[in-house]
Ligand binder design. Structure first.
Ligand SMILES: [Zn+2]
Length: 298
């Protein structure tokens, strides 16, 4: 992916496509949003991070909202659903987000009715927003009417607790209606250890730290392996194990989990899918001559 904004509208709406073994993988997008650069890079000094990610005059950086569509041949799987259309005006003003996922899916030739699996890596507002759609009459309906949705039970419980630290990130209309209707399956840590597979070729694995039950999603077909590592490594500028986010609940655990991830992702040449990198939604990871992980464009 190059660093210039694509010129055609269709190219902006579909961020990348690739073939992974027998699977078609498409990176769709809910558009971009702005977050404070300091919050995104935690204790890393701005003099260092701004070389990789320029900030605007309000110290905000541009981030993507990448949703992955996997056509396995038997299933149409959507990983993550962006911010959605339930943000109030104040939040839209802060984030400057565009609510593009429906148009992005249409541009990629994906009909909401044909999606049969939706996976949320965790339930922060910017990862599950289009699970449901808000209509002008105030009603909320599933965006993917025929899908079974999957999320971790501990994420729902954490969201319902409405802790001072992160209650702003958990919006129950993104998941409660689906739980009440029986359309969302809540995974448990024990259940994932016993059977991590959602459908053949798509499985989840816990990578805690950003939240206690953050799940990465493995996509495997033939001898090829991709992993949507979600907010454990939100962008390609966050590959250094110590460049964790101010938002992370447990930064020490994030550092350990990143190292654990690289132990397989680098030697096995996984395609790493970044949740919030607008310009580089996918890359392979290699170690540079200083031994630091870096993104290699595909
Ligand atoms: Zn998050």
């Amino acid at each position: 992916m190059d660093n210039q904004k694509p010129s055609s509208e269709a190219a902006e709406l579909v961020r990348a496509r690739t073939q992974l073994g027998g699977f078609d993988v498409t990176i769709c997008t809910d558009g971009t949003y702005l977050l404070d650069g300091g919050a995104m890079f935690g204790v890393v000094p701005k003099t260092l991070w701004q070389k990789r990610t320029p900030a605007d005059e309000q110290n905000r950086i541009l981030l993507g909202l990448n949703s992955v569509v996997v056509r396995t041949g038997k299933h149409v799987v959507v990983i993550e659903t962006g911010i959605g259309n339930k943000q109030n005006e104040k939040m839209r003003e802060i984030h400057q987000n565009q609510e593009l996922l429906p148009q992005s899916l249409a541009a990629a030739g994906v009909r909401p009715e044909e999606v049969d699996i939706v996976v949320n890596t965790h339930l922060h507002f910017d990862h599950c927003g289009w699970n449901t759609t808000l209509h002008p009459d105030g009603s909320v309906t599933p965006t993917f009417p025929n899908a079974r949705y999957f999320a971790h039970k501990g994420e729902v419980e954490h969201g319902h607790m409405q802790y001072d630290r992160d209650r702003i990130s958990y919006l129950s209309p993104n998941y409660d209606p689906l739980i009440e209707s029986g359309q969302m399956t809540l995974l448990t840590t024990e259940g994932i250890h016993t059977n991590p597979e959602i459908v053949p070729g798509i499985s989840v694995e816990l990578f805690p730290g950003h939240t206690r039950q953050l799940m990465g999603v493995h996509i495997q077909s033939g001898n090829e392996h991709a992993c949507y590592i979600s907010d454990l490594i939100p962008t390609s500028a966050h590959l250094d194990p110590t460049w964790v986010m101010g938002y992370d609940l447990d930064p020490m655990e994030c550092i350990a989990q990143r190292k654990r991830f690289y132990q397989r992702a680098i030697p096995e040449k996984w395609l790493v899918l970044f949740t919030h990198d607008y310009h580089t939604p996918m890359a392979r990871v290699e170690l540079n001559d200083k031994g630091k992980p870096v993104a290699v464009k595909v």
